[in-house]
Write a protein that binds this ligand. Structure first.
Ligand SMILES: NC(=O)c1ccc[n+]([C@@H]2O[C@H](COP(=O)([O-])OP(=O)(O)OC[C@H]3O[C@@H](n4cnc5c(N)ncnc54)[C@H](O)[C@@H]3O)[C@@H](O)[C@H]2O)c1
Length: 249
């Protein structure tokens, strides 16, 4: 029996990177998965590769109507909704001086409002299923700031606040809400980030001196989604190779 046997999950930003790893692993653990993204070709390709236990649909997390359609798809196709993984996110390295208000708002809109909208839309379905689990993907930048990441860091701090408030609000419906905080994980996002930081030196200074792998974050997401985490809500699971242990990174 898989750790997610019988569960139905909705995963955002599932077409590539960590989201794609979550989709693959959730199905391998016995879940049926609806996943969305704005990268339709990659999403459809992944769904075709995995088979009938998952379904891809176009789902921009900033769109209320896309959220309604995604939750409805999970319920109609697989009969219920037990798990929501708010994984979709965007990152842009830019100084405060250079960043436009519009870019700042876009990052907040996808990373915070998108996840909040997901909780708002999915909560009735999770309640109808007798309870469930929401996993919000924040970051180490939800705990510390970084030059060039004011918007991203603001969004990931904010997601912790959303997580804790939702945990308090939805506990009475049997819904657990937790956050996961990856460190430096090798994905298309980090390949394209253009931070100007020398990755080799940076990672050599960590207690676990290397990049993280998407599957190592998926482990934490699967745990929080599963019944093994039945007494965890409002908590924060850091998967960062020890990055947050000290100021030297
Ligand atoms: N890679 C890292 O080092 C790292 C570290 C900490 C946190 N994170 C977080 O982990 C999550 C996954 O990141 P990743 O590294 O796999 O990045 P990624 O860019 O490879 O994947 C993110 C996915 O989200 C999708 N997406 C973007 N905007 C969207 C929208 N409006 N609606 C729906 N989908 C949208 C993208 O198309 C993409 O498929 C993000 O929330 C990111 O902030 C990543």
């Amino acid at each position: 029996m898989g750790r997610l046997a019988g569960k139905v999950a909705l995963i955002t930003g599932g077409a590539r990177g960590m989201g794609a790893e979550h989709v693959r692993r959730f199905v391998a653990e016995g879940a049926r998965v609806v996943f969305g993204d704005v990268l339709d070709d990659a999403g459809r390709q992944l769904a075709a590769e995995i088979g009938a236990d998952c379904h891809y649909l176009h789902h921009d997390v900033t769109s209320e109507s896309d959220w309604a359609a995604a939750v409805a798809e999970a319920r109609e196709r697989f009969g219920r909704l037990d798990v929501l993984v708010n994984n979709a996110g965007i990152l842009r390295f830019q100084s405060i001086a250079e960043m436009s208000v519009r870019d700042f708002s876009t990052i907040l809109n996808v990373n915070v409002t998108g996840s909040w909208l997901g909780i708002k839309t999915a909560a009735p379905a999770l309640t109808a299923a007798g309870g469930g689990s929401v996993v919000n993907v924040s970051s180490v930048e939800g705990f510390v700031g970084a030059a060039g990441l004011s918007a991203y860091s603001a969004s990931k701090f904010a997601l912790r606040g959303v997580t804790k408030s939702a945990a308090r609000e939805l506990g009475k419906h049997g819904i657990r809400v937790n956050s996961v905080h990856p460190g430096g994980i090798a994905t298309p996002m980090t390949e394209a980030a253009g931070s100007g930081v020398d990755g080799g030196t940076f990672f050599a200074g960590l207690p676990i001196p290397r990049w993280g792998r998407p599957a190592e974050v998926t482990e934490a997401v699967v745990f929080l989604a599963s019944d093994a985490a039945s007494y965890c809500t409002g908590t924060e699971v850091v998967v960062d190779g020890g990055m947050l242990t000290g100021a030297g990174y």
